[in-house]
Design a protein around this ligand. Structure first.
Ligand code: DP6
Length: 341
C-alpha cells in the first residue's frame, strides 16, 4: 500500500444511554442503547492512514499530539483485531499483516468534553483501517466497540440500536441500524455547547464507579431500559415525535440520577444545563405538547431534538434566553446543520 486513505465519521447522540459494562476488557455493556448519528457536516473525526513496509513503527497522532500506543490498551486492541482480520482474509503469512501503520486523526470539535468525541474517533479509526486494507466485513462495529463502546453506533448512519447481548465473549453485542437517515428527514438536532473543556470524570471511569456503587443502576438496567428501548424503537419506526421526545428526556434524567447515586457522585450537569431543562419543559407546556426534547451525555452540553417545522420559532426564543455570552453556546443544527452565530 503506498496511498494515504482518509475517512470521516460523525458523532452519535444516545437517546437511551449506555452506562455500565458487564465486561470491562471486551467493552460489553450492561444495557441496550439507542442513538442517532449526525451527518458529517458539523461534528466529525477525520482520520488518515498509511501502512507499508516503509513505515518504521505504529504511530497514532490525535489532534497533533502523539498518542502512546504502548500504554493504550484500546488502541492496541483495535490494531491487533484489524491485523487478525487481515490474516483471516488474506492468509496467515500475508505481508500486509506485518506492516506498520501510521494514523493521523483530528476532531473538528472539542475532544473529551462530553460531545461524543471517542465515538466518532474510534469509529473513524476502525473504518479507515478497514478501507486501507480493503477489508469488507460486518465485524467493524464489534472492533470499534473495543475502542470505545459508543463508537460501534457511529459505524451506521441514521437510527442505531446497540444490543447489549448475553454472550460472555460478546458475539451478540452488536449495533444494528433501526432506520436510515432518510427515514425521518424532518428530525433536527441542536447542540448547545455550555462548556467545551475536558470533563473531570471520563465516561469510562464514571460508569465503572456507577456499577460499583449505584443502587439504582440495576433497576434501570433490568426494568427501565428494556421497556424504553422497545418503545423508542417503535416511536422511531412510526415517527411518533412526542413519544420519542418524552422517552429521550426521561432516559437522560435517569442517567444523570444514576450519576448522582454513584458514590462519590459524578456531577456532569451544571447550572446552565438545568436552566436549559427548565426552559424546554416551560416551552413544551406553553405549546400544549412536546415540541422539543433534550438529552445530556457525560457533560453539561445539551443536545436538543426538534422537528424542522418547529425549528425557526424555537430558535428565536432560545437565542433570547440563552445568548452566546451566557452559556458560551454555539447553536448547531444537526443532521442538516447550519451555525447561526
Ligand atoms: C454517556 O462509549 O465513551 O455518552 O466504552 O468506556 O469508551 P467507553 O465509554 P463511552 O461512553 C458513552 C457514555 C454516554 C452514553 C452513550 O453514548 O450511550
Amino acid at each position: 500500500m503506498d496511498k494515504v486513505v482518509t475517512c470521516m465519521a460523525p458523532v452519535n447522540i444516545a437517546t437511551i444511554k449506555y452506562w455500565g459494562k458487564r465486561d470491562e476488557h471486551l467493552i460489553l455493556p450492561l444495557n441496550d442503547s439507542v442513538s442517532l448519528t449526525l451527518d458529517c457536516d458539523q461534528m466529525h473525526s477525520q482520520t488518515s492512514v498509511v501502512a507499508g513496509p516503509f513505515v518504521k513503527k505504529d504511530t497514532v497522532m490525535l489532534n497533533g499530539h502523539v498518542m502512546p500506543i504502548e500504554t493504550n490498551e484500546r488502541l492496541q486492541r483495535c490494531f491487533s483485531l484489524i491485523r487478525k482480520l487481515i490474516k483471516e482474509k488474506k492468509g496467515e503469512n500475508c505481508p500486509e499483516a506485518q506492516w506498520n501503520i501510521r494514523v493521523c486523526s483530528e476532531n473538528n470539535f472539542p475532544t473529551a468534553a462530553g460531545l461524543a468525541s471517542s465515538a466518532a474517533g474510534y469509529a473513524c479509526l476502525v473504518y479507515t483501517l478497514a478501507n486501507a486494507f480493503d477489508l469488507v466485513t460486518e465485524d467493524l462495529p464489534a472492533i470499534a466497540r473495543q475502542g470505545s463502546g459508543s463508537a460501534c453506533r457511529s459505524i451506521y448512519g441514521g437510527f442505531v440500536h446497540w444490543k447489549a447481548g448475553k454472550d460472555d465473549l460478546g458475539s451478540d453485542s452488536t449495533a444494528v441500524q433501526i432506520a436510515t437517515e432518510a427515514h425521518w428527514p424532518e428530525m433536527r438536532i441542536i447542540i448547545l455547547v455550555v462548556n467545551d473543556s475536558h470533563k473531570k470524570t471520563s465516561s469510562t471511569v464514571g460508569m465503572k464507579k456507577s456499577v460499583e456503587t449505584s443502587e439504582l443502576l440495576q433497576y434501570r438496567v433490568n426494568k427501565c431500559v428494556p421497556e424504553r428501548t422497545k418503545d423508542i424503537i417503535e416511536a422511531i419506526i412510526n415517527k411518533n415525535f412526542v413519544k420519542f421526545a418524552e422517552i429521550t428526556m426521561r432516559d437522560s434524567n435517569q442517567f444523570h440520577a444514576i450519576c448522582l447515586d454513584t458514590y462519590p457522585p459524578c456531577v456532569y450537569l451544571n447550572g446552565v444545563s438545568h436552566e436549559i431543562i427548565t426552559f424546554i419543559h416551560d416551552y413544551n407546556d406553553a405549546a400544549g405538547h412536546v415540541k422539543v426534547s433534550y438529552t445530556f451525555d457525560a457533560g453539561p452540553n445539551a443536545f436538543l431534538f426538534i422537528l424542522e417545522k418547529d425549528l425557526d420559532l424555537f430558535m428565536s426564543e432560545l437565542i433570547q434566553v440563552f445568548p452566546s455570552d451566557k452559556s458560551k453556546s454555539k447553536y448547531i443544527r444537526g443532521i442538516k446543520s447550519t451555525n447561526p452565530d
